[in-house]
Design a protein around this ligand. Structure first.
Ligand SMILES: C[S@@+](CC[C@H](N)C(=O)[O-])C[C@H]1O[C@@H](n2cnc3c(N)ncnc32)[C@H](O)[C@@H]1O
Length: 199
């Protein structure tokens, strides 16, 4: 069975977190929507962890699912743009967030006019790097098929292309024989060596 790009993001995040220490993990879902990634991250961080989730739209579906799965206590949903995440995340988590996930574009089966945008996405990615732990992973699922999607994807690629190689590795995945429309793209940014940055 073909793995969707969002499932590939889960594989990368889960396998990366498995190699990290287990206590008090922090994670961020930058685009909660129906909560697919939020619940996944809540499973990854475990009972002592916390997932901060952002969306500008109502997140009641994600909240309901979190309660149903018994993980609501490890999820903090913040109805605000992800471009304000730094101001919302407690300082104890700054530089300590092990995983941050972005799933760009519009909510499937939702209002297709409410999409992420280049400017706010780049602001949010800049803040994500300040929040990301040494050894953390940031994933970005990009879609090119909707209005503004190509411009946003290009902005994201310019941003990750410019990341310094001494502190970040950037992986890019895409199904090249995709049959319908424009294939989504997945970017994974691995952060390392931050603790030596100021030494
Ligand atoms: C592709 S959907 C996310 C799907 C989600 N991961 C899920 O499992 O359902 C993109 C989401 O980004 C949200 N969004 C758009 N602009 C945003 C912003 N500035 N900050 C946070 N979320 C935003 C949209 O409301 C939409 O729910």
């Amino acid at each position: 069975m073909m793995t969707k790009i969002t499932e590939l993001a889960h594989l990368l995040v889960r396998s990366h977190l498995l190699a990290q220490p287990h206590e008090h993990r922090f994670a961020i879902d930058a685009t909660v929507g129906n909560g697919f990634d939020t619940i996944f991250l809540a499973d990854c961080v475990g009972a002592s962890g916390m997932v901060y989730g952002f969306d500008i739209q109502n997140m009641s579906a994600a909240r309901t699912e979190a309660v149903r799965r018994g993980v609501a206590e490890r999820i903090t949903l913040i109805q605000a743009g992800h471009e304000t995440m730094l101001a919302h995340i407690p300082t104890k988590a700054h530089g300590e967030v092990q995983a941050i996930m972005f799933n760009l574009g519009y909510l499937p089966r939702g209002d297709k006019h409410i999409t992420t945008t280049s400017t706010t996405t780049i602001l949010a990615l800049e803040q994500s790097l300040a929040l990301l732990a040494d050894g953390g992973i940031l994933t970005i699922a990009c879609y090119l098929g909707h209005p503004g999607g190509q411009e946003e994807t290009e902005a994201v690629f310019s941003f990750v292309n410019a990341l310094p190689t001494e502190h970040y590795r950037v992986l890019h995945s895409r199904y090249v024989n995709h049959q319908r429309g424009v294939p989504p793209e997945l970017i994974a940014v691995y952060s390392f060596g931050k603790t030596h940055r100021h030494s």
